[in-house]
Design a protein around this ligand. Sequence first.
Ligand SMILES: [Zn+2]
Length: 251
Amino acid sequence: MDYTRFKYGRVFVCGRCRQAIFNEEGVVSESSGLLNIRKLLPGSAQVRGEGVLCKNCGGLLGSVKRENGDKTYIIDRGGIISVLPEIFGKYFKDAIFACGCFWGVEYQFKKVVGIVYTRVGYCGGTKHNPSYEEVKSGTTGHKEAVHVLYDPRVTNYERLVRVFFEIHDFTQKDGQGPDIGSQYLSYIFYLNDEQRQIAEKYIGLLKSKGYDVATRLERAGRFWIAEDYHQDYYGKTGNLPYCHVRRRIFD
Ligand SMILES: [Zn+2]
């Protein structure tokens, strides 16, 4: 997998245990010794007093500065390792899900503990390098999809499949919520047999609970990254999604 084409930046991992702590999008400024960070990855670290500690191994990563209710994390380069997209495969794993308007799907996945990066795009169709307008026309076969990169030290594919089913109506057959059309259908695009087996297990589990599951499984073809203005849409606009709310359906 060539992660550079998803336009991912660096990820910074704990120097002791290699757990992901923050990514390029959280960096405000950096010098040779320190990085100023606005946002840590969900569930990656804990703040104790003035100290910022790795949630996994407890290693000290830096300190926190509070100003007018805002927090800045001052991270010491000595305690972290920066990972370039070229070698993400050594550290992280990925998954592709489609279940309606990708703005809302990405919004929900961004909040999940263990998620390192997300990108919205198109998957499952035949058209190379499709535009949003082309996908919207319903003629490309593509679904609005989200590529997620996750830290296997923190989460796993099974947990992400649970999140997927909990953030949408997987019994809807003509779209998702008010968004009707083939590009909004519920799909799990698996990347290997292990993912396919886990997805099948959960579809079977939901059917045994009486749900009429509309979700389809398909081996992932190429994921085409969407236009920049669709990336982190709700994060950029500060609005909340109309289409995706998480509800618990698994114990
Ligand atoms: Zn650690």
